[in-house]
Design a protein. Structure first.
Lengths: 231, 128
């Protein structure tokens, strides 16, 4: 379980998170939704221990995030892979850092995603780079999988491949996945829990199916409504 | 399977199994896909599939045998009940939509009859 207790974080005069308290329950797939600048990436970086809050506290299974880095697999929004490496070298690089690397899974996934080990990062398409990032993140058996905009700027077929991989590979109960995205329609049937952020505050949160029962609306519609009321 | 995302997905999964039972595409004793396979097939969160399967167990539609899988396990009476439930739901929906458009029950019967006979005619024409 990941907990935010009264988190505030600013970058200069820009408020990224404003007194946010929330819980990311264990064993669920959680969608972190909101427009650009809502505070999604900041939330993920706080969980990763890459940023520190100005006020408040982040707890990962009751501990400081700095002590839990081995438990978290992170897919950053930016291109973090070295362009001169090929996929095999990038995998080697990840393998040496993390003890939970699962070689069998890696071999299986590379085939499933139609990638080849000798593909050079600088030479492959954007979609293939997105799939490589996913491959390297998901090949670890980390209890927490944090993905920052894994679908943005990627063609529809590759998006489907990424979502299929996540479903195929998801370990019910033991794995917690947090996905930040503004492509809500793509992940409607994938998420258990949703958190809608806007300008550093939570607009709406809850169980996706319960929200549908209560409101007769899809997540996309709920988000639109939440933001219409906010403005 | 396409989902209506403004309705709970687990309920739509259950309805899909109910329809298959009513149509006879699934029968007593048939094995249904494992939760994982089903989740992959329909591209849905495995937790949602788990919820649907659990609910179907408590509704006496399926039974999970340890190490063997999940099987259709439904009595004839239960199946009749489900059939009736589905029919009533459809009719309720029809009535409430028609009422919201201002039709009286009398109008509804008249239109139903009219449609039924025109449906018969076209079926007869097809035969010729």
């Amino acid at each position: 379980m990941i907990e935010f207790k009264n988190i505030s974080k600013s970058f200069g005069s820009t408020v990224a998170l404003d007194d946010v308290s929330l819980v990311f329950p264990r064993g669920k797939i959680i969608g972190l939704f909101g427009p650009n600048g809502a505070g999604k990436s900041t939330s993920i970086k706080l969980i990763m221990g890459l940023n520190r809050p100005d006020r408040g506290e982040v707890r990962v299974d009751g501990e400081n995030p700095q002590n839990k880095k081995q438990d978290m697999a992170y897919l950053p929004e930016i291109d973090h892979l070295y362009p001169w490496m090929n996929i095999a070298q990038a995998a080697d690089f990840t393998r040496t850092f993390y003890t939970d690397w699962d070689e069998t899974k890696y071999r299986e996934l590379i085939k499933f995603l139609n990638l080849q080990e000798d593909m050079k990062i600088s030479k492959i398409s954007k979609g293939q780079r997105a799939k490589t990032k996913l491959l390297l993140t998901v090949s670890r058996r980390a209890p927490y999988l944090l993905m920052d905009e894994p679908l943005s700027g990627i063609d529809i077929l590759t998006r489907e491949e990424i979502i299929n991989t996540l479903i195929r590979d998801y370990r019910e109960g033991e794995q917690t996945i947090i996905i930040s995205t503004h492509e809500i329609a793509e992940v409607e049937s994938l998420v258990d829990e949703v958190i809608f952020l806007d300008r550093g505050q939570i607009k709406l949160s809850g169980n996706a199916e319960d929200l549908r029962v209560k409101r007769n609306m899809s997540l996309v519609e709920l988000m639109k409504e939440a933001f219409r009321n906010a403005n | 399977m396409e989902f209506n995302t403004s309705q709970p997905i687990y309920k739509q999964i259950i309805d899909d199994f109910k329809k298959k039972l009513i149509r006879g595409e699934l029968k007593e004793g048939d094995k249904i896909p494992s939760q994982r396979d089903y989740a992959e097939q329909v591209r849905v969160n495995p937790n949602t599939v788990q919820r649907a399967y659990r609910e179907m167990e408590s509704m006496n539609m399926v039974e999970t045998l340890r190490g063997q899988g999940t099987f259709i396990s439904i009595s004839a009476d239960r199946l009749e009940e489900i059939k009736m439930e589905m029919a009533v739901n459809l009719v309720d929906y029809f009535i409430s939509e028609m009422e919201s458009l201002g039709y009286s029950q009398k109008d509804m019967f008249r239109i139903l009859k009219q449609e039924q006979s025109s449906g018969k005619e076209s079926a007869d024409n097809d035969r010729v």
